[in-house]
Design a protein around this ligand. Structure first.
Ligand code: FAD
Length: 503
């Protein structure tokens, strides 16, 4: 192992050795490496493995949680354009098309040089994954009509990340879990390592360069309140995402970019994952009303989660999904019409709906309801009964006429609400993470307000800004894990050059 775990230093500068008795709690361990990567999720593991493959000998990857993977433990596939897998099955998505789509969707608020670097690397990253023992299952799109850019991993992203991490450690890399990075060692404007914490004691990791990959700020009340339109947006699959890396980079002089952009997901409730039958029923694009009882969107918007998130926030943050006994029976016998990613395919029968519904009602959280009349339902969900009745009468007319006279929803999803019992589930904005924080250039170097790179500092994945305008882009399926992997790899290669290790 190439890591040099150094002496334990007292604050006074006296040196003791690890085995020495009476070591005070404040004792500081130190180590000296070539490169430290902070955060062992999708981007951090990719960065560490790439740096190693690019010739950096002593790479240490530190992780706050007891296990690696971060949000990537939940994801399914990554973006690529012009990949070998696409061409094998006749899918054509050119880099030019991907570039124009991303830039136009963002109204050219995204960073074009960064976007171009990401797209250009993406096909090669599929080969790089394969070279590292990672397999893919198929290529698809996450939203209807989008180009097929979502390269779904065999064993999903969790297996991919663990496979990369195994290659990294087999080749001499070191992963330290339960080791949160705390601050950057910044000497005269050059970043020379990280201070971290291990077992409550400070750990100083001196390095020639640092890559920050801490996955954003989805769990930071402070940053969510300061920078986002709906601070109570429910984070899915995120824990301990306190914006640590973003704050560390800002403190070192990096500029802000992309704060407030969320990876909004389908409206939902806390603690429910995409495989929940209760959520799948409520998320079908049938009839959604706002907290006042008015319909506020073409419900099929839910298949384009970023749009659904925007519409929901604009309407006050609560969507009440309403359906009747006939629809419930349809979902149990025919199955869902709107799939939930890889978790529940189209046609999945919601046999656990009743069990999950009763459990949710029993929590007393007032999020799921069943009633024998519309008046009773209105009272339970706290909506004016006359408004609810008018909305439902209108919905039933649209269903009968097979035409949505309000928001032009596809008639396929117009279902009447007329057979009791009636069901309602309250849904709120959710997200898979935050997307942005630190301004970077196309080499993934953190840059200051003057646009100049901060020597020794790279920021990747969800901590980096510049990939999006004001809204997450689902047109390029798999773009966030794709960005994690590609930004990580680009940073790893450039850090290797900076350190002077590049092969
Ligand atoms: C249910 C779900 C499904 C998804 N599906 C897809 C998909 O199919 N395709 C796609 O493109 N994206 C998908 N995503 C999003 C994707 O997982 C993320 O975009 C990606 O994981 C981001 O990578 P990251 O490295 O920035 O963050 P993460 O993968 O979250 O990694 C960050 C790591 O940093 C650690 N960390 C935080 N603070 C510190 C600290 N101070 N010190 C040390 N470590 C720290 C965290 O614990 C974590 O391990 C999905 C997300 C969810 C929740």
């Amino acid at each position: 192992m190439n890591i040099q775990v150094g002496r334990i230093l007292l604050a006074s500068g006296l040196a003791l050795f690890a085995a020495a008795p009476f070591t005070p709690a404040s004792a500081q361990k130190s180590m000296s490496v070539d490169l430290v990567v902070v955060g062992a999720g999708g981007s951090g593991v990719s960065a560490a493995r790439q740096a190693q493959m690019s010739g950096v000998k002593n790479v240490v990857l530190i992780e706050k949680q007891p296990a690696i993977g971060g949000t990537a433990n939940f994801c399914e596939g990554m973006f690529a354009a012009e990949s070998s897998l696409q061409s094998q099955v006749g899918i054509v998505v050119t880099r030019e098309h991907a570039f124009r789509t991303i830039m136009e969707y963002s109204h050219w608020k995204a960073n074009p040089r960064l976007v171009r670097a990401f797209i250009d690397k993406s096909a090669e990253s599929i080969e790089w994954m394969k070279q590292n023992g990672v397999a893919f299952k198929y290529v698809a799109a996450t939203t209807p009509g989008a180009p097929m850019t979502w390269h779904v991993f065999d064993g999903l992203c969790k297996k991919a990340v663990n496979t990369l991490a195994a290659r990294f450690t087999e080749n001499g890399g070191k992963i330290l879990t339960k080791t949160p990075g705390k601050s950057l060692i910044n000497e005269k404007g050059t970043v020379l390592g990280v201070t971290a914490e291990q077992d409550g004691a400070p750990l100083e990791i001196r390095a020639k360069a640092v890559i920050i990959a801490t996955g954003g700020y989805a769990n930071s009340k402070e940053l969510m309140t300061k920078y986002t339109d709906y601070p109570d947006t429910i984070p899915i699959g995120n824990i301990g995402k306190d914006g640590d890396g973003i704050k560390m980079a800002w403190a070192a002089g990096a500029a802000k970019e992309g704060m407030g952009v969320l990876q909004t997901y389908r409206p939902g409730l806390p603690k429910y994952l995409a495989n929940s039958h209760l959520m799948a029923a409520a998320r079908q694009p049938y009839l959604w009303i706002d907290h006042n009882g008015f319909r506020f969107t073409d419900e099929t918007i839910q298949s384009n989660w970023p749009f659904a998130g925007n519409a929901l926030v604009k309407s006050g943050g609560t969507a009440i999904s309403i359906f009747d006994a006939d629809t419930r029976k349809f979902l149990e016998t025919n199955g869902i019409e709107q799939p939930m990613g890889e978790y529940l395919h189209s046609g999945s029968k919601l046999m656990k709906f009743e069990e999950e519904l009763q459990k949710e009602i029993a929590t007393g959280n007032n999020k799921a309801f069943v009633a024998n009349s519309l008046a009773e339902l209105a009272q339970k969900i706290g909506v004016n009964p006359a408004v609810l009745e008018e909305t439902i009468t209108q919905n039933n007319t649209f269903a009968e006429q097979r035409a949505d006279g309000q928001f032009f929803k596809s008639p396929k999803f117009l279902r009447p609400v007329k057979t009791p019992p009636f069901y309602a589930v309250k849904l709120h904005p959710t997200m898979l993470g935050t997307l942005g924080g630190v301004r970077v250039n196309e080499k993934l170097q953190a840059v200051g307000e003057n646009g100049m790179p901060i020597p020794g500092l790279y920021v990747v994945g969800n901590d980096a800004g510049g990939m999006y305008g004001d809204t997450y882009d689902l047109l390029m399926s798999g773009s966030t894990m794709g960005f994690a992997v590609n930004s990580g790899r680009i940073a790893g290669e450039n850090a290797a050059k900076y350190i002077g290790a590049a092969k």
